[in-house]
Ligand binder design. Structure first.
Ligand code: CP
Length: 294
């Protein structure tokens, strides 16, 4: 039984297989490799992209998906996460796909060894499927040649599980990762750190903008989102005609993280990331349910 708690659960060969399978699923109508399989999604936090992307991915492969809405489940009557999970496992799903505010929740459930556990976002620790779909989008954009490319992760890095998983995966894949944020949004890290976006624009091949989460900070640094946007919004004035790929995991706060006109620019691949998310998650389900059991 293999789980996906973070990308370091996968070997380099498995990551290469995921990229190959995701590309193949994108190019060819998929066959129903997971007919008769059942997944349960269990999202304790809101999601638009990840949950629906997993459901679409599973259905494209012929699997059934059941969603348990925790806000209407017996967790509201005091049932623990472990008991909820054990009861769902008694229904014999092939995997449980979980999002939770607790960094350790997916690992704790995986260690119960009752079914395959897939982390769909845990606290500020990890969002491995987002990191893998971002990797796929960059590999596709640069024709496989990402080693030595430089990416700036911009925004509220310290709160971001997308940044945590992305930093671990992209440095492992040989990319140079720069961090751009005001000091209170900067994590402790050995990576190069910059306060000003302007200081990295000549160095980068990719900018990954993150959602400004000003509400999560105890002592506000900016008066409002407009004040933040003045320094960190990715817009035409800042980018000019530089050949920089612009990514964002979503949800994008328009004209705060990325401007309206930049979202329409061909350099911005936000919706391509969402499309690729389906194909990468199909590859992940195939790896966990078929390949790693052989
Ligand atoms: N990227 C991402 O995790 O989006 P959702 O929160 O909508 O799933």
């Amino acid at each position: 039984m293999q789980h996906l708690v973070d990308t370091n659960d996968f070997t380099d060969q498995q990551i290469q297989n995921l990229l190959d399978d995701a590309r193949s699923f994108k190019e060819n109508r998929p066959i129903q490799l997971l007919r008769d399989r059942l997944f349960i999604t269990l999202f304790f936090e809101a999601s638009t992209r990840t949950r629906s992307s997993f459901e679409v991915a599973a259905k494209k492969l012929g699997a059934a998906v059941v969603h348990l809405d925790p806000s209407r489940s017996s967790t509201k009557k005091g049932e623990s996460l472990e008991d909820t999970f054990a009861n769902l496992c008694a229904m014999e799903p092939d995997a449980v796909i979980i999002r939770h505010s607790d960094n350790e929740a997916p690992r704790m459930l995986a260690e119960m060894q009752m079914t395959s556990v897939i982390n769909a976002g845990a606290g500020s620790y990890a969002h491995p499927t987002q990191a893998l779909l971002d990797l796929f989008t960059m590999v596709e954009h640069f024709d496989g040649d990402i080693k030595g490319k430089t990416i700036a992760i911009v925004g509220d890095i310290v709160s971001s599980r997308v940044a945590s998983s992305g930093i671990r995966l992209l440095t492992r894949m040989g990319m140079n990762v720069l961090l751009v944020a005001p000091k209170p949004f900067m994590p402790e890290s050995d990576l190069p750190q910059f306060e000003k976006l302007e200081d990295v624009l000549e160095k980068v091949d990719v900018i990954m903008s993150l959602r400004a989460q000003l509400e999560r900070h105890a002592s506000p640094l900016f008066d409002d989102y407009a004040a933040y946007a003045k320094h960190y919004c990715i817009n035409h004035d800042r980018l000019g005609d530089r050949d920089i790929l612009v990514l964002h995991p979503g949800p994008v706060m328009r004209n705060i993280d990325i401007s309206d006109e930049m979202l329409e620019d061909p350099r911005c691949k936000v919706l391509e990331q969402v499309k690729n998310g389906v194909y990468m998650r199909m590859a992940i389900l195939k790896l966990l349910l078929l390949d790693s059991n052989n």
